[in-house]
Design a binder for this molecule. Sequence first.
Ligand code: R5P
Length: 290
Amino acid sequence: MRIILGPASAQLGQRIAEHLKTDSVSVAFKSFPDGENYVRLESSVQDEDVAIVQTTSPPQDNRLVQLALMADAAKRNGAKKVTAVVPYLAYARQDKMFLQGEAISAEAVARMLKAAGIDRLITVNVHQEKVLSRFPFPAKNVSAIPLLAEYFVRKGHKNAFAVSPDKGAIYIAEEAGRILGGECGYLEKSRDRCTGQVSMEKKAFDVKGKTVIIFDDIISSGGTIVTAAKILRELGPKKVFVACVHPLLIGEAEKSILKAGVDEIVGTDSVMSSVSKVSVAPAISRELAG
Ligand code: R5P
């Protein structure tokens, strides 16, 4: 297998190639004055199975088009099978019609990728795994939560209390808890569908003097984590950490989270950012090696 280094994830792609001890394919890319994208694979993929590593965090539309163009280039240049490794899958959160008249964006994007030549997809901690079963090709979700929890164990935080900011994400806190060896719990979040405003119920966890780690899949505006951190800080913990798979960190998110009393934010290289301290390469490589 050859690893194609998508412009959005060249460093992660190289890490995956090193894990798998396989060759990588560099990609020349540019955008034209009118904003259109151009890509060219810089070595041969003739008769090869290839994996294109390309995250689709913002600017997501641009990165999705680059991914489609790389898939087309791979097929057109003789690749046998094209796997898209898309750690952060854009549009995955719109996985159903919440309001009459909406699109199911996740499915529309998957159909576009299929048309471009993608045969299989691997993603990381997609918002709702069940959406993958409606994609027009085999799609697999891998979890980076164990890698994040292991980071905290290495830093001496075994037995920390793992909490998810949302009841629906309790499975994430439980997954981390199995590695941390401490207790876990969840907060209950609701979000106004029109304004995006987050509200959360307070809970009386017994975390006084303990280390708490908030685990979530995505930090976007930071509103969810800020609200959760403020609630937890009132309970008198020794430290409050945040672990997230996809640190989008839009605008002032990082600053607001630290201001809310969080001691450290730890994210992965699914989305390269100032907090990407853990690599998802081992989890993706395991899945690719199959
Ligand atoms: C939503 O349910 C996700 O799990 C995240 O909690 C959410 O996307 C984070 O968004 P934000 O940082 O804008 O609150």
